[in-house]
Design a protein around this ligand. Structure first.
Ligand SMILES: NC(=O)c1ccc[n+]([C@@H]2O[C@H](COP(=O)([O-])OP(=O)(O)OC[C@H]3O[C@@H](n4cnc5c(N)ncnc54)[C@H](O)[C@@H]3O)[C@@H](O)[C@H]2O)c1
Length: 359
């Protein structure tokens, strides 16, 4: 159980439910809207109903990254309008990173801004997406192209929600925990290597806690990603490109979709290799990283056959400056640098390095 202070809001982990109820009452919302999907309606909403006991309307969307787009936002804005949402209302995002990013975006843009609370229900959204104020949606198939920075009133985390999460989703979220260890904490890295996904309830609370603290410390120092915050993008340059590519259906994708964390695991493998080739990361550390990632993730998606498409997507990466590709790279495990320009040949080499592990 813990309270982590962020910029103007708190992140509460496994705290007593009465705290949430009184926090909401103090906000005196004119109306409450809870954003859910078919899974969080089934697995998470009943818990909230049990202790909230305040009337609310729910807005149900269809789960999945495929629906994190303008069309779903339109449906949500429509539901807010039709159900009398005003500027004193409150939106509660009860779901994973898709609901958090999109629900926050919809709330922040409706009538120039309605307050919202994040209640993240996946590992990925608990340790990463709900903290740091990034909101947004995908546009024309490109990840998180439209969005903004806006903080919630509160982030309310209950690790018991992880119990109903499918194993594949849990592994996906674990990638961001691994990333936090790699960029900032050797201690967390040693923990993830030792525990993998086999954790007791208390260990989950502790793991989420330490992971949120690492992310929070970084975003507090650099909220708008002008410098240090870029280290959180380790694994995300190639990871986002792979995720974007495999979002598309059709003959060009025989593998199916990658979950966000699975794509980031691939990206971390490639970008660790680049860190090594650039002379920063030591060989034995690269081997440790490769061993952990290959032991957790199925690694079924080859990248080299799609290198052209991946380079096209990389051109639109939000970290690029003046047409140059910018990477965050590891100096060693627990230490990350940012704004490193990398040439195309080395990126291609890293895709080849990753492909060698594809089953
Ligand atoms: N804003 C940020 O800083 C940030 C950071 C990282 C990732 N993201 C975004 O987060 C998204 C990925 O989030 P995600 O991995 O949570 O995926 P998700 O939101 O798609 O959720 C994954 C699946 O789990 C289901 N689910 C949610 N909670 C559940 C529960 N308790 N029990 C059973 N099923 C449950 C959902 O319905 C969904 O089917 C991506 O869009 C990514 O871009 C944002």
């Amino acid at each position: 159980m813990s309270v982590i202070k962020s910029q103007g809001y708190n992140v509460l982990i496994d705290e007593d439910a009465s705290i949430l109820k009184s926090f909401i009452e103090q906000l005196k919302p004119s109306k409450i809207f809870v954003v859910i999907d078919e899974n969080t309606k089934l697995f998470c909403l009943p818990h909230l109903e049990e202790y909230l006991k305040i009337p609310f309307s729910s807005i149900q969307i269809v789960s999945g990254e495929k629906f994190k787009n303008l069309k779903t936002c339109t449906l949500m804005w429509d539901a807010l309008m039709k159900n009398g949402c005003d500027r004193k209302s409150l939106v509660i995002n009860l779901g994973g990173g898709v609901i958090g990013d999109m629900g926050g975006f919809v709330a922040s843009t409706f009538m120039r801004g309605v307050r919202f609370i994040h209640m993240p229900t996946t590992l990925l959204s608990q340790v990463d997406a709900s903290v740091g104020g990034k909101l947004g949606i995908d546009f024309l198939g490109y990840k998180n192209m439209i969005g903004m920075f806006q903080n919630p009133e509160l982030v309310w985390i209950e690790t018991r929600f992880l119990k109903t999460l499918p194993e594949r989703e849990l592994r996906s979220g674990y990638a961001e925990v691994i990333k936090h260890g790699l960029i900032k904490s050797q201690e967390l890295w040693r923990k993830v290597v030792a525990q993998k996904l086999d954790l007791s309830d208390d260990e989950w609370t502790a793991l989420v806690d330490v992971s949120v603290q690492i992310k929070n410390n970084v975003v507090k120092e650099d909220p708008k990603e002008n410098g240090l915050r870029k280290i959180l993008n380790f694994g995300h340059t190639i990871g986002h490109a792979a995720e974007t590519h495999f979002l598309k259906e059709g003959p060009d994708n025989k593998y199916g979709r990658l979950l966000h964390g699975e794509a980031i695991a691939i990206g971390m493998l490639c970008e660790s290799y680049i860190s090594y080739k650039e002379g920063y990361l030591a060989g034995p550390e690269l081997r440790q990283i490769r061993e952990l990632i290959t032991s957790i993730y199925p690694l079924e998606h080859k990248l080299m056959p799609y290198k052209q498409q991946i380079f096209e997507i990389l051109k639109l990466d939000k970290k690029n400056e003046r047409g140059e590709l910018n990477f965050s790279l590891l100096k060693s495990i627990g230490d990350c640098m940012y704004d490193k320009k990398i040439n195309k040949l080395l990126i291609e080499d890293s895709l080849r390095y990753y492909d060698a592990d594809v089953n």
